[in-house]
Design a protein around this ligand. Sequence first.
Ligand SMILES: C[S@@+](CC[C@H](N)C(=O)[O-])C[C@H]1O[C@@H](n2cnc3c(N)ncnc32)[C@H](O)[C@@H]1O
Length: 239
Amino acid sequence: MSSHYQEVPDADIASESMRLRSAWQADELPSRQRKLVDAQLANYRQGIPIDVFDVMVNVLRKLTHGGANTTVLEIGCSSGFYSEVFSIAQLPVEYFGCDYSAAFIQLAQATYPQLRFDIEDATEMSYSDEMFDVVISGCCLLHIPEYEKAIAETARVVRDYVVFHRTPVVVGRPNKYFRKKAYGVETVEIHFGEADFLKSLRKYGLELIETHTLSEERDPEDSLCINANRTYVCRKLKR
Ligand SMILES: C[S@@+](CC[C@H](N)C(=O)[O-])C[C@H]1O[C@@H](n2cnc3c(N)ncnc32)[C@H](O)[C@@H]1O
């Protein structure tokens, strides 16, 4: 539900990213996103493939050898709908969710009262070191101007594996910043220069072990640039 993409000029990147940093905390977002999610979950329950769900489930099934007794934290969990995806897929992981939006967490708690959800900012979480076996950061870093800090925090709270799900990247170019509307609300979205993004993962002790490409196309306005959306699976290197 993204529209009105406009690239942010270099001179405005810092100010626009900070101005719109809290955009996803808007009260009107959770119900709008949940409408779309409910339709996707209904299809998924009937066995209709949803590519982003399928990629995540297959990755997690492989990492957890079936899922039992594995703790999984999703950072930027919105209404916690991936917990339902895992339950439909009969992946018996122990799911935890956090998000910086109180409105999203309220909806998550109301929808899945049996699960634990916390209000946490991805750049400074209250969890202890290596608290979760697997951490998923799904389509969240792209909204965080201090995304390196969020990568460092993700690496700190995980024990074994991190999945950076649905990450928009540009190949052959540095980061690009866009202003866009998400469910009608103005936000900023970072498309990461892939080479530098992978360097940042290594910097925080995350070794890339798998990449899943959800989409990939040459930029129609820049023939030397490829736009892609990928899921990166990393192993935490032990110190
Ligand atoms: C596009 S939704 C992603 C939902 C889901 N994880 C997925 O993969 O589809 C992005 C989520 O990230 C959350 N978010 C944005 N900035 C955040 C931050 N600094 N800390 C924690 N959550 C954040 C938003 O509130 C929103 O729920």
